[in-house]
Design a protein around this ligand. Structure first.
Ligand SMILES: [Zn+2]
Length: 209
């Protein structure tokens, strides 16, 4: 397959997952940063990841959840491409979400921080987020909520006891993950601080995934 044919093939595939005005740039970057992109079924634990295939001379592989809405998909993909760029520049010599990665993420996202790509409400929250991007978009509750707003299936309020272990939810504007039943209470972890708390099973929470 020629480079042009591959570009068109990637473009046809990615049009389903990305905001229209971001597709060409992403297709260019697949060549420029030279990685394999795998679009996978939903993994609850994370939206995407970056690794290298040691058996293939450290060829970079990026995996993204296909159930993400197009804005979350783009942000997650650019987050992972920033890992790829950082890996090519520094190999494993720097922190995975350290300053080198942050700079690359900011640089790459700059391309998309406009109203051709993002709706204005999301753009506003995203610009704030990009000033000092966290290791995960889900650690920024404002961004997380703004992104969820564009999901086709809206969030719903449920009792914590109705969720499964591993599910994430919003309580008091913060994101938690349900861990396990401890006697009559439910142990949950606050995503941002990784601190654990015990909740009443009948507390009402907003289920996010
Ligand atoms: Zn990361």
């Amino acid at each position: 397959m020629t480079k042009e044919e591959l570009f068109e093939k990637n473009k046809a595939l990615l049009t389903k997952y990305l905001p229209e005005k971001s597709v060409d740039t992403i297709c260019d970057w697949i060549f420029e940063y030279d990685f394999k992109l795998i679009i996978k079924g939903d993994r609850k634990s994370k939206w995407g990841d970056f690794k290298v295939n040691e058996a293939k001379r450290n060829y970079p592989i990026i995996t993204i959840n296909k159930t993400l809405n197009k804005y979350a998909f783009l942000i997650t993909l650019v987050h992972e491409i920033a890992h790829c760029k950082t890996y090519k520049e520094y190999a494993n010599k720097v922190e995975s979400h350290g300053n080198e990665w942050k700079k690359n993420f900011q640089l790459l996202m700059q391309e998309f921080l406009n109203t051709d790509v993002f709706p204005i409400d999301l753009l506003y929250v995203l610009r704030q987020h990009m000033k000092n991007p966290a290791a995960s978009a889900t650690a920024d509750v404002q961004l997380y909520k703004a992104l969820m707003h564009y999901d086709e299936t809206p969030n719903t309020y449920v009792l914590l006891e109705c969720l499964n272990d591993g599910d994430k939810f919003i309580y008091n504007n913060e994101i938690f993950q349900r861990l396990k039943l401890v006697r009559k209470r439910i142990e949950c972890v606050h995503i941002k601080t990784q601190k654990k708390y015990l909740f009443s099973p009948i507390v009402e929470v907003e289920w996010v995934e």
